[in-house]
Design a binder for this molecule. Structure first.
Ligand code: ADP
Ligand code: ASP
Ligand code: MG
Length: 413
């Protein structure tokens, strides 16, 4: 029998009615002949509430304890969900990440999945039960509960889809699918029918939190079909899939705004072999995840080294660079946390010109100053003032006609 994974985000299980509605969707899939594994998030804003509770008692909560606490949100949802299914006449059983041996590394609050024991899940499915797994969590080799980073239930779902060789992973959320940009920031954003794994990877790592980045990585690596859709509607959502040739006709398929960002500038570092290695090996030891890096030569003796990190990583990044400032003979450290990053993404950029021109002209017309620019093969990102960032995103969306379906845009050059 084919297996399908259905993942329900926080708003889709926020209260009893929503859980019942989600349960009906699960039942529908079983009636179609699927074995169903449900992955659910904590209800509504419960994770935020638990974090606030922790900080009320300790401004620097130990990360092991934070994970132990946060994992309870998802645990509550899946047992309630199982009760709802039983009440509707279906056999169901819920598990925590630890119970299904979702083994992760030991990096609390942003752990990575190493392996899953799928035997128990198969056994329960084969007995005709609906299996529910608490998202966002795992267990390390020492038996400590870990969490996978905010938004990590998507990754739990995709890891299970891979381990169980599921036919498809459905991500049920509070929007109709993946849009050209966050529809809450640009109300005219257009919904996409499909998007490539590579584009979705860029969009999510640049701030489109509709899908957790590592979940998309699983999809790409193991070729699992992802369907992002609205939990309250029957309509089709967006399929995340391998690239198909005509995708190249669309130069820019989406735009993002990343506001929870900080930039660290190391000014006048000694320009000699090994200094960049020193800085980034210390940051790696401190488990800081770096987004973009820019190094520029100031003279034969000196260089400036800049990098961006998610705001949550700034404290660790700052402590680390302060410790090694003298070792690399750095004159000054500047930190900016009043910035945001606006990006455009599209696989068509590989084969078309004029994207940078259009992007910078749109920002210039909107009178938005660009602090710095980084690029990859399929994206261009600009750091701008946080205060101007929404205006910047909207200007970019208009310039690339991201309010229109892909086939109606005149982007090609
Ligand atoms: P869930 O709790 O279901 O996981 P999330 O809040 O994590 O939901 O993700 C859904 C949200 O992602 C949407 O409400 C939307 O505001 C945001 N979002 C950001 N970028 C996009 C995008 N490009 N397309 C759709 N939604 C987006
Ligand atoms: N509950 C977690 C969060 O709010 C995980 C998730 O929803 O995916 O980040
Ligand atoms: Mg999410």
């Amino acid at each position: 029998m084919a297996i399908i994974i259905q993942k329900f985000g926080g708003t889709s299980v926020a209260d009893a009615d929503k859980i019942k509605q989600a349960a009906r969707r699960v039942i529908k899939a079983t009636k179609k002949g699927y074995q169903v594994v449900v992955v659910a998030s904590a209800r509504g804003k419960q994770t935020d509430q638990l974090i606030a509770d922790a900080h009320e008692l300790n401004p620097n909560p130990p990360e092991r304890e934070l994970d132990q606490l946060l994992s309870t949100g998802e645990q509550q949802t899946v047992s309630l969900f199982a009760m709802a299914l039983e009440a509707m006449g279906y056999k169901a059983i819920s598990f925590t990440g630890a119970q299904i041996r979702m083994v992760t590394d030991s990096v609390h609050t942003k752990a990575r999945i190493i392996s899953i024991d799928s035997k128990r899940i198969h056994k329960e499915l084969d007995e005709g039960k609906i299996v529910l797994v608490a998202g966002y969590q795992g267990i390390d080799k020492n038996g400590n509960v870990t969490t996978l980073g905010r938004g990590g239930s998507d990754t739990s779902a995709m890891a299970l889809a891979t381990a169980l060789k599921a036919e498809e992973c459905e991500i049920y959320t509070d929007v109709d699918g993946i849009y050209t940009t966050d529809p809450r920031l640009f109300g005219d954003a257009a919904k996409m029918e499909r998007i490539s794994y590579d584009e979705m990877l860029e969009l999510s790592s640049l701030g489109a939190n509709v899908m957790h980045t590592r979940a998309v990585e699983f999809g790409k690596k193991y070729d699992v079909k992802i369907h992002v859709r609205n939990s309250l509607k029957e309509d089709k959502g967006t399929i995340v899939t391998h690239e198909v040739p005509r995708m190249e006709d669309v130069v820019v398929s989406g735009a993002t705004l990343q506001k929870e960002l900080a930039k660290v500038d190391l000014i006048n570092v000694d320009n000699k072999p090994g200094n960049a290695a020193k800085v980034f090996s210390h940051l790696a030891k401190a488990k800081v995840i770096i987004n973009d890096i820019v190094q520029t030569e100031v003279s034969t003796e000196k260089a400036n080294l800049s990098f961006t990190v998610d705001a949550a990583e700034l404290k660790a990044a700052k402590e680390t660079v302060e410790k090694i400032k003298d070792e690399v003979n750095c004159q000054n450290i500047f930190i900016r946390d009043d910035i945001a990053e606006v990006s455009v993404v599209g696989v068509g950029m590989r084969t078309h010109y004029g994207v940078a021109d259009k992007l910078f002209s749109a920002l210039a017309e909107a009178k938005v100053n660009i602090d710095s620019i980084t690029t990859s093969e399929i994206r261009i990102s600009c750091i701008v003032d946080k205060g101007q960032s929404k205006k910047a995103l909207r200007a970019v969306c208009r310039a690339f006609e991201l309010d229109k379906p892909a086939e109606q845009r005149k982007q090609t050059s």
